[in-house]
Design a binder for this molecule. Sequence first.
Ligand code: HEM
Length: 415
Amino acid sequence: MLTLLLWAAIPSLSLLWWLSVPKEEKALSQTTFDDPAVCAMIIACTGYDCSSDRNTINNVQSRADPNQRLVRTFGIDNAFTTIDENYRKDFRSHAKEKITLDDRRWKTIADLARQLVGTAIPQPGSDIANIRLDSLAQSVTLKISLHILFDRNPFQLDEEVILEIARTINFLWTESKSTIDPSGADRERLRRALGLIFPGVGLTARQNPLNLILPAYETLWRVILLCFIEVTFRHRARAEWKQVLNDFLADPTNAHFEERGPRPGAVSAADIINEALRLYPPTKRVYRKFHIAGKTDPEMVAANIEACHRNPAIWGSDSWLFKPSRWRNIGNEARNAYMPFGGSTFVCPAKQDFGPRMIGVIVAALVTHILQCDWKLELCVGGPNGGEELSREEPLVSDRNNYEWIEISRRLSHS
Ligand code: HEM
């Protein structure tokens, strides 16, 4: 009966949600900027041109306002959504503490990643011959994130619950960007699935585990997936890259991550991951609310990180190409235009080490397994471009829902 009542309440809750969206937020004009110097100013919440006209909204508010969609959709209260500067700083320190790992811990995480991929990919002789690539990347990333951030044993996490959480987060994330009311039923599904992993946690906004899960899982899984596809299936140099990643997984220290082999032109694991973050920055745009002194209305502005990362005037005429060797000689202009972890004021605590190295470990675990077992990419019927884009010399489409149709399948001995 109670369930029936709850279901019946959903349409009216939707209406309430829409009414609760501040009117001003619905109507703000929005401009997107592509120039790296301007993008850096936007990220720092200061302004968007060289005039002395400055944003009058304080930094935390300027960043929090565009993120209120995440509060409504996921019920979170974290560094991205708060206007309380002390809470933001504490949250950042707490996150930083969680993701600061010594080399011994990195070794454990690398072994864990290898085992998780090994368990997810069916063994020879199994009836299962195909697996969805996006599910694989999501499941391994989410399990490792839950282990590092909340000490959960990844082998005790139910696969169905993990995929339910992963898929519902993606779905809700996409919905939260549109003007459509995020579905109450989907939010409830997510809440219930999280309750199975965090029993008894009262989901007040500050206790919500999504506060940490979202910045970690949401940023990591897609770049892991796309880097894995680039390295494993798309390029002639892939044998060398696979070897570099394979060696890194065996010894996942920071020194090894940065190390280039003796061969002329050799690349490091860090070069491969930097290139993936350049071509496929998980945060494609950083949004701020501005009210420029002297202007009547506030406005929404966006720094287009993806455009900065692909600008041929900065990166060369092959800016669209996945080319880790470009990181061997990177100039200042390119370095300044590279902002996958944001920039000054709110720079990501995972920038220095955790983010790139974690991508490296999970991609390496996937690549190493695929090296050992003979798998190939399989494009499912009904994919948007019939898989054409995989062979095109263009970046892969990086939208969240574009990879539902790619599977890997076991190569038959005669093929
Ligand atoms: C590849 C992985 C990651 C990428 C690309 C990334 C990207 C970003 C970006 C672009 C920002 C700035 C947002 C803004 O200016 O509005 C940011 C901030 C932040 N990130 Fe990450 N992130 C990653 C991983 C992580 C992880 C694993 C955590 C830990 C849970 C994390 C926690 C945070 C926090 C707490 C902030 C806010 C910092 C502040 O307010 O001072 N990120 N991240």
